[in-house]
Design a protein. Structure first.
Length: 191
């Protein structure tokens, strides 16, 4: 079987939003632990997620609680991806807090379990989050990515994001420095 065929026959993830996730007590109860496992594995592998050391379970639980609170207030969206009962990815955006920036939001994290990468989970999560932003009336959805994260930058470009700026050598990981790349997608309808 070629890699292309294995991708075609791989099971498709089920995407849930925050309301669907929190309405399933078993999934919601295990979400922080599963999300921490994914994030810790990615950070240990050098992923550009904002942590230098893997986050603790309590930190991830607090982050998820914060995002769910923002969703309930109309200020965010959360998407999770499951294969069966196994969490394989998550992502979220939050509306900007500054009053003059409230029509806009920032896609803050998209993380996919290394074992599920290459099967469209990141694309599905990101596309759903963009659709959620559009439905929420978000005008411009922004994100930033580490400059060496070429797969993520390709994915974002393929979904309509454009680069609008770059800070050279801004991200510090030990002695290494990486560009911080700013991207955006304009969701305002054009007449």
């Amino acid at each position: 079987m070629t890699p292309e065929n294995s991708r075609e026959t791989a099971p498709r993830p089920v995407l849930l939003d925050a309301a669907e996730l929190t309405s399933d007590p078993e999934r919601w109860h295990g979400c922080a632990e599963s999300a921490q496992r994914i994030l810790a594995d990615l950070v240990r592998g050098g992923a550009a997620l904002g942590w230098v050391e893997p986050p603790a379970r309590d930190e991830v639980a607090a982050l998820l609680d914060h995002v769910v609170s923002a969703v309930r207030a109309g200020d965010g969206a959360l998407r999770v991806a499951y294969l069966g009962r196994r969490l394989v990815g998550l992502g979220y955006w939050l509306r900007y807090a500054r009053p003059t920036h409230r029509p806009h939001a920032d896609l803050e994290k998209v993380a996919v379990d290394p074992a599920a990468q290459g099967h469209g989970v990141g694309r599905a999560l990101t596309a759903a989050l963009v659709a959620d932003a559009r439905a929420a009336g978000i005008e411009v959805l922004t994100l930033d990515a580490r400059g060496d994260n070429a797969p993520a930058l390709r994915l974002y470009r393929s979904l309509g994001f454009t680069e609008y700026g770059r800070l050279p050598d801004f991200v510090a990981v030990g002695d290494r420095r990486y560009d911080k790349v700013f991207c955006m997608v304009d969701l305002r309808t054009r007449d």
